[in-house]
Design a protein around this ligand. Structure first.
Ligand code: SF4
Ligand code: SF4
Ligand code: SF4
Length: 453
């Protein structure tokens, strides 16, 4: 008889994406039926996302309420609703390895997408959106025009984009910047604060990440300013995107290439004594956990995984080990901090909230629930409404909290939450207090009175 749950620490197996058997549709179908049957009997994940309710409805509404009565072509509905947030694996499932059920729901969904991709069922728009470096480099040159064209207020253009590219006309899109984070850093280098307790003890290479580099340089500038102010010497590094958007599309060969290319450059900085600090939650998760499962034989990847910190985790670590300089000002308007799934999946504790609680006399409210965004999921027409539905409890809570700032380690989640809070406020004639989505490190920069825009 199998044991209920596991008392041993969970492990995750490398993804066997280079084996032919990984793409065997029949074997996949068998495995999906095995796992879906276990989930149907368990149901713990009913409220995590829309994948599980869809799965349970499929079985409950089948002829004899068993997995055998469900048609394989209906599994696509379950696969579609998964944002690969990892929360079922990390927070709920008692049957993950080493339990004999060997259940890894997100990686099963990833395999299903990889099989779909092999069969040529790839979505053109999502594939184009995944080309972060190409898009960022091109958009940088024409950023004013692109930002004008993609604004939700530009109704004719957004209607056209919806018809041609299936990007939902109401979804706010990230803006692009002529001055990327890397170019700001080159043009305006800054130095560590010699009066801070950590001075001379730490060096951090800020892995800019495509999103911060092209779309949110203010987050990078804030991170650099805070780290320098607390005495950490910094260097900005951006050898390329980590490949998370390719992971979403199950293009695992592209992820492997990006992992090899980026880690090869980052290990040179590790050799110079730098810690690697990731500026968005998804990238931190990629560097620490997903890359080593995709290219387990790559020694550079292993070294990068061991040397990587999330930015909030890093500041908290400095605060605990060396101490922070005094001089933070209270932010009485307060902060709502959304703990992003990909930050939670790093198994490091609620570091964003821990960091923000270092600011004196500043109310910090935490929301630990999926915002529904999930990368391109919240942007493309077929899943945008679902992204809003899943995130609704978060939007309502954030609105009720009424804080002056809404922050998340996931930039897309922050943007999604702020947009929807504004819409809720518009409906009842009130005004949303937080006007712009922010990263928690921007709040630290504000508290220290540092320039970051
Ligand atoms: S990984 Fe996240 S979205 Fe996917 S099934 Fe699990 S909880 Fe749902
Ligand atoms: S993933 Fe695990 S915890 Fe979630 S429903 Fe399936 S068996 Fe239960
Ligand atoms: S996970 Fe990070 S580097 Fe990768 S695509 Fe997202 S923001 Fe870019």
């Amino acid at each position: 008889m199998s044991r209920e749950g596991s008392l041993e620490a969970p492990t995750r197996h490398p993804i066997a994406w280079r084996d032919e058997a990984f793409y065997d549709a029949e074997a996949l179908d068998k495995e999906m039926r095995r796992v879906f049957d276990i989930c149907h009997g368990c149901r713990r994940c009913f409220n995590l996302c829309d994948s599980f309710p869809r799965l349970f409805d499929l079985i409950d509404n089948s002829a004899d309420e068993t997995i055998e009565a469900v048609k394989s072509e209906d599994f696509g509905n379950v696969v579609e609703a998964c944002t690969l947030c990892d929360m079922c694996f990390m927070t709920k499932c008692p049957y993950v390895p080493p339990h004999e059920f060997q259940l890894d729901f997100p990686h099963l969904i990833l395999r299903a997408r990889a099989v779909e991709a092999k069969q040529g069922k790839k979505d053109f728009t999502q594939r184009q959106l995944a080309e972060m470096d190409r898009n960022g480099t091109m958009a940088r040159v024409a950023s004013p025009i692109i930002n004008w064209a993609s604004a939700t207020t530009n109704k004719p253009m957004r209607a056209l984009m919806e018809n041609v590219a299936h990007i939902d006309r109401t979804a706010e899109l990230p803006t692009f910047h002529t001055r990327t984070f890397v170019s700001v850093d080159k043009g305006d280098p800054i130095h560590a604060n010699a009066a801070a307790p950590a001075y001379g003890k730490r060096k951090a290479a800020l892995y800019a990440t495509c999103f911060v580099n092209y779309n949110k340089p203010a987050t990078g500038i804030a991170a650099r300013a805070v780290l320098n102010h607390i005495g950490v010497e910094t260097k900005v590094a951006y050898p390329g995107c980590c490949g998370m958007p390719f992971l979403e599309q199950a293009e695992l060969d592209r992820v492997a290439k990006n992992a090899a290319k980026v880690s090869k450059e980052l290990v040179k900085l590790i050799d110079e004594g730098y810690d690697i600090v990731a500026l968005t939650a998804s990238c931190g998760l990629m560097l620490k956990f997903e890359w080593p499962l995709i290219v387990p034989e790559n020694a550079d990847v292993k070294r990068v995984a061991d040397a990587t910190f999330d930015i909030d985790e890093y500041v908290v670590d400095v605060a605990k080990k060396e101490g922070l300089p005094a001089g933070m000002n209270a932010l009485p308007e307060g902060v709502t901090v959304h703990l992003a799934c990909h930050a939670r999946a790093q198994n490091m504790g609620p570091k964003a909230a821990e960091m923000l609680r270092l600011i004196p006399n500043t109310p910090v409210d935490v929301i630990e629930r999926c915002s529904g965004h999930g990368g391109t999921f919240g942007v493309v027409k077929p899943t945008h409404d679902l992204a809003v539905k899943v995130g609704r409890p978060v939007f309502r809570t954030a609105k009720q909290q009424g804080r002056g700032h809404i922050v998340s380690d996931c930039p897309l989640a922050a943007q999604h939450i702020v947009q929807q809070v504004k819409e809720l406020a518009g409906k009842d004639g009130s005004e949303a207090k937080a006007r712009e989505p922010e990263h928690p490190i921007q709040i630290m920069a504000r508290a220290y009175g540092l320039e970051f825009s």
